[in-house]
Design a binder for this molecule. Structure first.
Ligand SMILES: CC(C)(COP(=O)(O)OP(=O)(O)OC[C@H]1O[C@@H](n2cnc3c(N)ncnc32)[C@H](O)[C@@H]1OP(=O)(O)O)[C@@H](O)C(=O)NCCC(=O)NCCS
Length: 189
C-alpha cells in the first residue's frame, strides 16, 4: 500500500481536494447544518458554523498522515464546496477501505456522488494500491446504495441491526469492489 494521502483529483464536474479552514462556511451552509442530509449519518447536524470550523481544525493537520483520505468536493460550476467523500475506516493489513460521503441537498440527483466515488476508487485502487473498497448504508437510505452500484461496487449483503445513525439502530446494506474485478471491468487503471 502506498500512503500517498489526500491528493487533488479532477473529474468532469468536480475538483476533489483537501479541506481548508475557509471551507467552513460552505460546509456548514451546504450540508453540515441540514438534518435531512444527516438523517442517515452518525453525527447530528451542526448548530453553528463554529462547530464546523472546529471539526475542520481537527481534520486539516491529519493530512500530514499519508493514510488519511478525506476530500472536499468543489463544484466547477459555482466554485462552492458542496460535499465530502472520505475513507472512514482503513484496514492496512488487508489493504481495505470503507468509504463515507455526503453532499448538500441542492446537488442531489445529478450523479455527482457516483462521479466522485468512481474517481476516488480509481485513485485508491490505482495509486494507493488497495485491494478492497467497501461502503455500507442504512436499508432505508437506498439512494446511497445506488451511488455504490453506479460506481461499480457489488452488493454483498445485509447485516441486521448492525448500525446506528440519527434514526436509531438499523440494518446495514454492504457493497464492495475488489481490485481484480475493478481492472477487469475496464476502469481507468
Ligand atoms: C446519497 C447521496 C450521496 C446521493 O448522491 P447523488 O449525487 O444525489 O446520487 P445520484 O444523483 O446518483 O442519485 C442517487 C439516487 O438518489 C435518488 N435521488 C435522485 N434525485 C434525488 C433528489 N432530488 N432527492 C432525493 N433523492 C434523489 C435516486 O433514487 C437516485 O438513484 P437513480 O439515479 O437510480 O434514480 C446524497 O443523496 C446525500 O448526500 N445524502 C445524504 C448523506 C448520505 O445519506 N450519505 C450516505 C450515507 S451511507
Amino acid at each position: 500500500m502506498n500512503k500517498t494521502g489526500t491528493q487533488t483529483i479532477e473529474t468532469e464536474r468536480l475538483i476533489l481536494r483537501r479541506f481548508r479552514i475557509d471551507d467552513a462556511e460552505d460546509m456548514f451552509r451546504n450540508w453540515a447544518s441540514d438534518p435531512e442530509v444527516t438523517q442517515y449519518l452518525t453525527w447530528p447536524a451542526h448548530p453553528n458554523v463554529d462547530l464546523t470550523r472546529m471539526l475542520l481544525n481537527d481534520w486539516i493537520p491529519r493530512y500530514e498522515d499519508g493514510g488519511y483520505f478525506n476530500w472536499a468536493m468543489k463544484s466547477k460550476e459555482n466554485g462552492q464546496v458542496i460535499g465530502n467523500i472520505s475513507v472512514v475506516t482503513l484496514l492496512e493489513d488487508i489493504e481495505a477501505a470503507e468509504m463515507g460521503y455526503c453532499m448538500g441537498r441542492a446537488y442531489w440527483g445529478r450523479g455527482l456522488m457516483p462521479e466522485a466515488l468512481k474517481a476516488v476508487m480509481d485513485y485508491l485502487f490505482g495509486t494507493v494500491g488497495l485491494n478492497r473498497i467497501a461502503a455500507a448504508h442504512d436499508v432505508n437510505n437506498p439512494k446511497s446504495g445506488r451511488v455504490m452500484e453506479k460506481a461499480g461496487m457489488k452488493l454483498e449483503g445485509v447485516l441486521r441491526q448492525a448500525g446506528k445513525n440519527n434514526t436509531g439502530v438499523c440494518d446495514m446494506v454492504w457493497h464492495a469492489a475488489l481490485r481484480n474485478e475493478w481492472k477487469k471491468e475496464g476502469a481507468d487503471l
